[in-house]
Design a protein around this ligand. Structure first.
Ligand SMILES: *[C@@H]1O[C@H](CO)[C@@H](O)[C@H](O)[C@H]1NC(C)=O
Ligand SMILES: *[C@@H]1O[C@H](CO)[C@@H](O)[C@H](O)[C@H]1NC(C)=O
Ligand SMILES: *[C@@H]1O[C@H](CO)[C@@H](O)[C@H](O)[C@H]1NC(C)=O
Ligand SMILES: *[C@@H]1O[C@H](CO)[C@@H](O)[C@H](O)[C@H]1NC(C)=O
Ligand SMILES: *[C@@H]1O[C@H](CO)[C@@H](O)[C@H](O)[C@H]1NC(C)=O
Ligand SMILES: *[C@@H]1O[C@H](CO)[C@@H](O)[C@H](O)[C@H]1NC(C)=O
Ligand SMILES: *[C@@H]1O[C@H](CO)[C@@H](O)[C@H](O)[C@H]1NC(C)=O
Ligand SMILES: *[C@@H]1O[C@H](CO)[C@@H](O)[C@H](O)[C@H]1NC(C)=O
Ligand SMILES: *[C@@H]1O[C@H](CO)[C@@H](O)[C@H](O)[C@H]1NC(C)=O
Length: 636
């Protein structure tokens, strides 16, 4: 027994190593789909390092700003054209790579479609409707050279931006109003080395209370050794801010306040300090219910999504004490929006300018008050779409872009989230430079350095195989009707069950049987000799997760206590064949990590031939082969 179990353990470790090598990411996610059906794509003329997407809801076309070029693509009619916007005069730049016109902004302003670019260190905007006209100088709308820290926000007649107005001075980043009633900028002391992420305007109950919120990370003023280096913040500004009353403060925002966004894993107390992206989901009922999806990372590059409401943010700014300020609050509180023609009183501004941070932090929404989920992916961008499923409920579906160029489609359910699909939008893996969503048409647009793709959000084709695969995908866009997996858009009576614990029993019996045969493709086929031994290894990734082995759909082993998580079959008898899955669960985030189908070995020679055929197309063929040979040598 002693010897036996030690040998078992060694082999388990060794095979696990092989498994990890052969696994790639295919095992870590439930279903992977490359360039799915229904996807349409256009190629770019050259390799682009920067792309700016412009898309209007409900419109089938997309504008792509790139270096010296504007692309126009219509995904319905397949019409496409390009227009050149070269930089003519390049004397203002020193570095050769700067002597180009990077188009960094496309947006509607004053009934014009504005296109702005660096224009070789002379920022310029063009009116797209009137292309003969020469461009106009556009400091604040486009940077002098491409800059990650550039945000531009258009709201009616007003434009806000984080772009510097001068090429060489003004190195301290500011948030400005650059078009509209007046020019305003933030005091240089209110932010430390900010990295801007997103800005938005939220209309409140009273017009004078309308606010701009912007999200950023900055150096943590708390320099104690246990404090994180960086903090993520939300700042508020009143749209009706008229600047200060003195000549020194006349062009400064007087309603600035900032608060820390908390995104902490409650189990480990691990902080996700670095805000990467923000997506705003407006509420049609009440501005307070507007949801802010914050995508954060930590210093290991792991990610978390925390959700906040504008109502909670507003409450923190209205009620919290100011950090470092202990005296009584003035009659007009810092951050309070001025009425009518009034300015913020000088004493109020003085306090706010010296104490711009509020003490209270913004916590993620109930019921969890913690991340919606976290995992080891390095996500870079987030998009959220709301979809009404057949049960009448509206589900939030998250589209998260990984650093490897994949999109994870994650559904928010009442008791957790489910990663339902990993999409590789391009033929070859490539970084995703930009992403935008069309909520009305339920499409996703992504660009790589060489390609632009339109993806339907309701890719139900992916689960076409059977009722079980369609229903168990738990994709709120899809249901089973008339023997097909169809989009909820079709308005048919369909089978759908969007609960974490739902089972395929709702499918008609015949369809379930058919699925058993059909879904073999999603399993790794392994032929095993009768009465031999076999190891099933599950790659465990997180100590906060639970791992379970299922056989033919029922739980046979819990791995919460012993590591690594393998299931050892001492003697492969007839009833031990069949489907094995390893399912991980963490904070309600459930994934199938391994799918193996143990098949009886007909005759040794036949098996080898079959295996090499099956594996011939797979890059992991040799590792798989080695592993099989090793197991065969050890156990036969
Ligand atoms: C779609 O957008 C393009 C480019 O902005 C515009 O020319 C076209 O008129 C729009 N089509 C519709 C139907 O709005
Ligand atoms: C782009 O337009 C040209 C005609 O201008 C057409 O030949 C080509 O097929 C279009 N490209 C795509 C991907 O539809
Ligand atoms: C985090 O803070 C450090 C020092 O305060 C700063 O050097 C660094 O740039 C910041 N990192 C990010 C990603 O902002
Ligand atoms: C969906 O079908 C129902 C009846 O089956 C009908 O009352 C409803 O108007 C349809 N909705 C749409 C959007 O077509
Ligand atoms: C979905 O499945 C769950 C668990 O199996 C069950 O309790 C629930 O009634 C089902 N809902 C529908 C609409 O079928
Ligand atoms: C597993 O074997 C079955 C035949 O028994 C085949 O239909 C299926 O495609 C195989 N799956 C894979 C992933 O090779
Ligand atoms: C496996 O089980 C079969 C049937 O129960 C038995 O005949 C055989 O001896 C077992 N083999 C081993 C190695 O225990
Ligand atoms: C594993 O734990 C679950 C409850 O968490 C239980 O339902 C199941 O029966 C257990 N399985 C085994 C094989 O112990
Ligand atoms: C599991 O399914 C396989 C067929 O796929 C069958 O041979 C085996 O007996 C089943 N075992 C159990 C325990 O249900």
């Amino acid at each position: 027994m002693g010897l036996n179990s030690r040998a078992t353990y060694l082999v388990a470790l060794w095979t696990s190593h092989l498994f990890l090598l052969t696994a790639g990411h295919s095992r870590v996610n439930p279903r992977i789909i490359t360039a799915p059906k229904g996807e349409r794509h256009f190629l770019l003329d050259k390799h682009e390092t920067l792309t700016t997407l412009y898309h209007e809801e409900g419109n089938s076309s997309l504008l792509v700003g790139a270096e010296g070029k504007l692309y126009y693509f219509d995904f319905e009619s397949s019409s496409n054209h390009t227009e050149d916007f070269p930089a003519h005069d390049t004397e203002a730049c020193q570095k050769p790579e700067e002597k180009k016109n990077y188009l960094t902004f496309i947006g509607k302003y004053n009934d014009m479609l504005l296109l702005c670019g660096t224009n070789a260190c002379k920022p310029t905007c063009w009116n797209l409707a009137d292309r003969n006209k020469v461009g106009e100088a556009a400091q604040g709308l486009a940077p002098f050279v491409p800059n990650q820290n550039s945000l531009v926000l258009v709201d009616g007649k007003d434009i806000y931006s984080t772009i510097g107005l001068h090429q060489h001075n003004g190195k301290i980043p500011r948030f400005r109003q650059v078009r509209g009633t007046g020019e305003l900028y933030t005091s240089d002391t209110v932010m430390q080395n900010p990295k801007f992420v997103k800005a938005t305007v939220i209309k409140q109950d009273e017009r004078h209370d309308d606010k701009i919120y912007y999200f950023f990370q900055e150096d943590n003023p708390d320099k104690s050794p246990e404090a994180p280096l960086n903090v993520s913040r939300v700042a508020q500004l009143c749209k009706g801010d008229k600047g200060g009353t003195s000549s020194l403060s006349a062009s400064k925002w007087t309603t600035f306040l900032k608060a820390t966004l908390v995104c902490v894993n409650p189990a480990t107390k691990g902080n996700f300090d670095l805000l990467q992206d923000v997506f705003i989901v407006p509420s049609d009922k009440n501005w307070r219910e507007t949801r802010v999806y914050g995508l954060f990372s930590n210093s290991w590059g792991y990610s978390a999504v925390c959700v906040y409401t504008i109502g909670d943010i507003d409450t923190v700014f209205r009620t919290s004490k100011l950090k470092g300020y202990t005296k009584d609050m003035p009659h007009i509180r810092p951050g309070q929006c001025p009425w009518g023609r009034n300015h913020t009183p000088p004493e109020t501004f003085k306090i706010a300018d010296l104490h711009p941070a509020v003490e209270e932090k913004v916590q993620p929404v109930a019921p969890r008050n913690s991340p919606l989920f976290h995992n080891k992916n390095r996500y870079q961008k987030i998009g959220v779409h709301r979809i009404q499923a057949r049960d009448g409920h509206t589900y939030n579906v998250l589209y998260l872009v990984t650093d490897k160029g994949y999109i994870h489609k994650i559904v928010e359910m009442p008791h957790g989230v489910l990663n339902i699909l990993e999409i590789q939008p391009f033929q070859q893996p490539a970084p995703i430079l930009a992403m935008t969503l069309d909520h009305r048409r339920a499409k996703l647009y992504v660009s790589s350095p060489s390609e632009v793709v339109q993806l339907p959000m309701d890719m139900c084709e992916v689960y076409h195989r059977s009722c079980e695969s369609c229903v168990m995908a738990k994709d709120p866009y899809c249901g089973w009707a008339d023997g097909k997996c169809v989009s909820v858009k079709a308005n048919l009576t369909m089978l759908q069950n969007l609960t974490l614990e739902s089972s395929p029993e709702i499918c008609p019996h015949s369809s379930f049987k058919q699925q058993e045969a059909d879904s073999l493709e999603s399993y790794r086929n392994v032929t095993v000799a009768l009465f031999s031994r076999y190891f099933l290894y599950c790659p465990t990734e997180s100590h906060a997760a639970t791992y379970k082995w299922h056989h033919n759909g029922s739980c046979i082993q819990n791995c919460s206590t012993h590591w690594p998580c393998f299931h050892f079959i001492e003697n492969v008898t007839h009833d031990r064949y069949g489907r094995y899955t390893c399912i991980s669960e963490e904070n309600g985030f459930s994934q199938t990590l391994v799918r193996e189908w143990l098949l009886k070995q007909p005759k040794p020679s036949q098996t080898l031939r079959w295996r090499s055929q099956a594996a011939a197309t797979s890059p992991s063929f040799w590792l798989g082969f080695l592993q099989m040979m090793a197991l065969a040598l050890l156990f036969q």
